[in-house]
Design a protein around this ligand. Structure first.
Ligand SMILES: *Cc1c(COP(=O)(O)O)cnc(C)c1O
Length: 373
């Protein structure tokens, strides 16, 4: 059994993907080929923002957004304690101090009440300037923007939506990657929309920032001339080959994969009711793109042993995430290590992510649940 069945997906889409790859090979435009611009246009339209700028990966996308805003030394950036490392690595990488905030036990996303408490605490201590919030749409579910946006407006904070796992999700019909002042995503193969290597994208409605992002992605070039470097940037582009792979994959994602993965989630939810496991909660108005299907085990279950037993039955499982951000070694001895996040600590002990993808069949979901029971 596959945890995320990329082989099956390729079998289904093989003809269109092969054709698309082949057209890049014969054109030999490996960097900034027409497929890149075509993809950016389609993604911006789908998400519902003015600009999409693709880049090399989701981590660069976050860093570039922070560079555009000039976030750095002395700035506090609020980040959920329960997320992939990049969400906190990037603010720290530009010199700011990530301040980790506890998450909601049912949605796994940043807890808006804790967010406001933490902002007030940082304000009071006066050591760092509250500057931005990295709102992560974890496991495919948009963060609680109805609650987060007013808080950010109240304290003058920018929202950087880390939609690496969230692409395709929505809230009140508005799509993920449109909720931030700048939003980002990742096309790492296992994400909801993945390519065949690394890739990422940055979304914004702000024309000025979009121009800056395009410049920073290509060594700080001027608008007119690639060899006129007017600021320091990075080299972060999506390869034409990856864009060509994403074009047919995006069609499949829009037309049926997103529906199918939600069907798989419904099967899990129905069949798992009454097992005593805590299931992922999707509130009214929210749609998840199910980057992961993550349950919580009772505290007295030996998770490692359960994983071993499941593995014997050819059922792969993963632990996202094992360690709270504030406990990561990279932050040891820094102010980022000081965080009060009991919910995250419990989740790190009890979560288990199950096989999840659009090509999952009902009988396979049944077999996973039977084995767990
Ligand atoms: C995967 C991921 C990233 C980083 O994306 P890459 O393309 O792997 O650099 C950032 N944030 C979150 C929440 C992620 O899951």
């Amino acid at each position: 059994m596959q945890f995320r069945d990329l082989k099956k997906q390729y079998d289904v889409l093989k003809e269109s993907i092969d054709r698309s790859i082949s057209s890049v090979l014969s054109s030999a435009h490996f960097i900034s080929g027409v497929q890149v611009a075509e993809l950016e246009e389609k993604l911006a339209e789908y998400v519902g923002v003015r600009h999409c700028i693709t880049c090399a990966n989701g981590t660069d996308a976050l860093t570039i957004a922070l560079m555009v805003w000039g976030v750095g030394e002395g700035d506090a950036v609020f980040v959920p304690d329960f997320t992939f490392f990049s969400s906190g690595e990037c603010p720290a990488g530009v010199g700011a101090t990530p301040i980790f905030v506890d998450v909601d036990a049912r949605t796994y996303n940043i807890d808006p009440v804790k967010l406001e408490e933490t902002i007030l605490k940082v304000q009071k201590e006066k050591k760092y300037r509250p500057k931005a919030v990295v709102t992560v749409d974890l496991f495919g579910l948009p963060a609680d923007y109805d609650a987060i946006r007013p808080i950010c407006e109240k304290y003058g904070l920018l929202i950087l939506e880390d939609g690496a796992q969230g692409f395709g999700g929505s809230l009140h019909g508005k799509r993920a990657c449109s909720f931030g002042n700048i939003s980002t995503t990742s096309f790492f193969p296992a994400k909801p929309l993945g390519c065949y290597g690394d890739g990422g994208a940055i979304f914004t409605d702000n024309d000025e920032w979009a121009t800056l992002i395009r410049s920073i992605c290509v060594h700080g070039k001027s608008g007119k001339d690639k060899y006129d470097n007017i600021r320091l940037g990075v080299n972060s582009r999506l390869d034409t080959l990856q864009a060509a792979i994403l074009l047919p994959k995006f069609e499949a994602f829009k037309t049926y994969e997103l529906d199918e993965v939600n069907q798989a989630a419904d099967w899990y939810n129905e069949k798992m009711a009454g097992t005593g496991l805590v299931l992922p909660a999707i509130a009214d108005g929210f749609v998840s793109s199910w980057a992961q299907y993550t349950v919580q085990l009772p505290e007295d279950i030996d998770r490692t042993k359960l994983q071993g037993e499941l593995k014997k039955e050819d059922i792969p499982t993963m632990i996202y995430y094992r360690k709270p951000m504030h406990c990561q070694g990279a932050f040891a001895g820094t102010d980022s290590a000081n965080a009060d996040c009991p919910v995250t600590e419990r989740l790190c002990r009890t979560v288990l992510s199950l096989p999840m993808h659009p090509y999952l069949m009902e009988d396979v979901v049944g077999a996973v649940i039977k084995a767990i029971q």
